[in-house]
Write a protein that binds this ligand. Sequence first.
Ligand code: GLA
Length: 336
Amino acid sequence: MKTIEHRDLLKLSEEYEEHFLIGAAVNTKTLISHQQLLKQHFNSITAENEMKFERLQPIEGQFQFEAADRMLEFAKQNNMGVRGHTLVWHNQTPAWIFEQRSGGIVDRATLLERMKTHIDTVVTRYKGNIYAWDVVNEAISDSGNELLRSSKWLDIAGEQFIAKAFEYAHAADPSALLFYNDYNESDAVKREKIYRLVKSLKEKDIPIHGIGMQSHWNLDHPAIDDIRRSIEQYASLGVTLDITEMDLSMFHFDDRRTDCSAPTEAMLEKQAERYDQIFKVFREYSKHITSVTFWGAADDYTWLDHFPVQNRKNWPFLFDALHQPKQSFWNIINNK
Ligand code: GLA
C-alpha cells in the first residue's frame, strides 16, 4: 500500500517522464474545477472545444481567442505543453465558410483562401507555444472501400484540401508537429485507410509529422493486438504517434443499458486490467509516442455521460468523480 505522503507527492506525469507527456482535454469549467488534479498529474493540455473552428471564428473575420488564450496561460503558468485541436474538420465548423456572401456554395479558391486565413491566424497566434496541431480531423470514411468521407471540404475543394491544410499550418509554424487525427484507428479496415492516406501525403512531401490515435476505447474493444498492430503500422511510416483522446468507456458502443448508476466492482477491475495492458503497450512503443492525452481528467465530467445514450453516466478515466486515483491509476504506476 502507498503511504499518504507518497500519494500526495506522486505525479503521474513524472512517473512517465521518460516515456511521453500525459495530457488531458479541458474546457473553461474543468480548467477551474480540475485545476488541482491537472497541476498534480498532467503536463499537457488540449482544448476540448475551444480551439475548434466554430469557436475561434464563428463569423468571418471575427476571431474569438479569449477561452483558448486562458488555456495557454494556464499551461504556461504550470509548465505544461499544449496540443492544438483542431484546424480542419467536417464538424463544429460554421456554415459561412462554405457559403458565398451572396448565397449559394462558395468556389474552391475562396474556400481554400478562407482555410488559409483561418490557419494562418490561429497557428501564428500560438506559434512556439503549441507543440502539436491536429491539422485535419476525421477525414476518412468508416464505410466500405471509400477512402475519404463525404464532406463539404471534400465536395468543394477536392481531396487536396488535406494537403493544403498541412502546407498552410507548416508555413505558419514550422516547428509545430502536424498530425492527422482519427477514431477507430485500431480497426483493421480503417487502419489501412489511415495508413494509405498518410503514406500518400508523405510521398508527396506534404509536411505531416504524426498520426493522432484518438483511442476512444472500451473494456473489450479494440483487442490489445489490434492496438499494437496499428502502432506498428503507423510507426513504419516514420511518423510520430500521439494518443490524442483516450477514454475507456464502461459500455460497448451498442450497449444501450441505462440501469447502472455506479460502476460495479467487476467493471472497475476490468478497466484497471485494460489500462494496465494498454499502458504496457504504450511504454513498449514509447520511442514513437510524444504524448498520451485523455479526453478529460476525472470521472465527474466526460462527454460519454450522454453519448451515445442519453442520461447515462460513464466512468472512463484514471481518477474517480472525487478526483481520487482508481485502481487503473495504481496499475499503470505500480506495474511499470
Ligand atoms: C471527436 C473529436 C473531438 C470530440 C470528440 C467527442 O473525437 O475529435 O474533438 O468532439 O469527438 O467529444
